[in-house]
Design a protein around this ligand. Structure first.
Ligand SMILES: C[S@@+](CC[C@H](N)C(=O)[O-])C[C@H]1O[C@@H](n2cnc3c(N)ncnc32)[C@H](O)[C@@H]1O
Length: 228
C-alpha cells in the first residue's frame, strides 16, 4: 500500500494535517539529547521526512539510519537525502520495525513517526526498540490519536471519516489507503493505553504529550540504565 502512495505521500501528509505535522515533528526534535553525539534510528522511516527534520535541529547526529518495509518510500527518501548531500550521515535500509537489523544496545535514540500503528505486533516492536537502544537511550514515538474532548472529537471524526479519505483518495489515486488510515487510528490505543504498552515493554519515565487538541501524540520513554 505504501509503495502505491509513495509518490504523493509527503504532499498529502502536509496538506491533510493542514501543515501541523511539521510542528509535531519539531516537537519530537526538542526531545533529542544535546549533551552527546547521537546514533539515531528511525523506524518505519518512509520518505525520511522525520530524519530530515531531526538533522535540522540542535542535536549533534553523528549517524542516522532509517528502516522501512516499503521500497517505494525508501527510494523517495534516498532521492531527498541525495539532493541535500546528506549521504555521509544518513542511510536508509529495508527493515521491519518488529525485528530491525540494528545491533543490540547500539542506538542512542530510536524514533518512529506515524509508523507504530502500522506494525502487526506492537509489543514485539516495542521490545525490539528497547533491544536496539543503549541503556539510558530514548524512544520517541509520534502517532495519530483521538481528541479527548467530546465535541472536538465529534468534529474531528467527521473530518477523519468523511473528508480526509475522499481528499486522500483523490490526490493519491488510492482511496483504500486513506480509508485504512482512519480505521487504524480509530482502533489504535492512544494516550494512557499506549503508555501502558510502553511500560509493559520495560520503558521508564514514560509520558504522553498530546498536540493540536490531541489529534497527534508524542510518546517518550527511556530504556533503564540497568537493562542491557
Ligand atoms: C504513515 S508512513 C510514516 C512514514 C514516516 N515515518 C513519516 O513520518 O512520514 C508509515 C510507514 O510505515 C512503514 N511500515 C509499516 N509497517 C512496517 C514495519 N513492520 N516495519 C517497518 N516499516 C513499516 C510503511 O512502509 C510506511 O512507510
Amino acid at each position: 500500500m505504501f509503495d502505491r502512495i509513495a509518490h504523493r505521500y509527503d504532499v498529502l501528509n502536509r496538506s491533510l494535517s493542514f501543515g501541523r505535522d511539521v510542528a509535531w515533528r519539531k516537537r519530537l526534535r526538542k526531545h533529542l539529547p544535546t549533551d552527546r553525539e547521537l546514533l539515531l534510528v528511525d523506524l518505519a522511516t518512509g520518505t525520511a521526512d522525520q530524519i530530515l527534520f531531526l538533522l535540522d535541529g540542535k542535536a549533534k547526529i553523528r549517524e542516522a539510519k532509517g528502516y522501512d518495509l516499503s521500497e517505494g518510500m525508501l527510494a523517495l527518501g534516498r532521492e531527498k537525502i541525495g539532493k541535500k548531500g546528506l549521504g555521509d550521515v544518513v542511510s536508509l535500509h529495508t527493515g521491519d520495525a518488529m525485528q530491525s537489523p540494528q545491533p543490540d544496545n547500539s542506538a542512542d535514540v530510536v524514533t518512529i513517526s506515524f509508523g507504530i500503528r502500522n506494525v502487526l505486533d506492537v509489543p514485539t516492536a516495542l521490545a525490539d526498540m528497547k533491544r536496539a537502544l543503549v541503556p539510558g537511550g530514548k524512544l520517541l514515538i509520534l502517532e495519530c490519536s483521538l481528541p479527548e474532548n467530546k465535541l472536538v472529537r465529534k468534529g474531528y471524526l467527521f473530518y477523519f471519516r468523511h473528508i480526509l479519505p475522499k481528499l486522500g483518495g483523490l490526490v493519491s489515486g488510492d482511496s483504500y489507503a486513506y480509508n485504512y488510515l482512519n480505521k487504524t487510528v480509530e482502533t489504535f490505543p492512544c494516550g494512557e493505553a499506549f503508555c501502558a504498552l510502553m511500560r509493559e515493554a520495560g520503558f521508564e519515565q514514560v509520558k504522553a504529550e498530546p498536540m493540536t487538541f490531541g489529534v497527534a501524540t508524542l510518546y517518550i520513554g527511556v530504556k533503564p540504565e540497568a537493562a542491557a
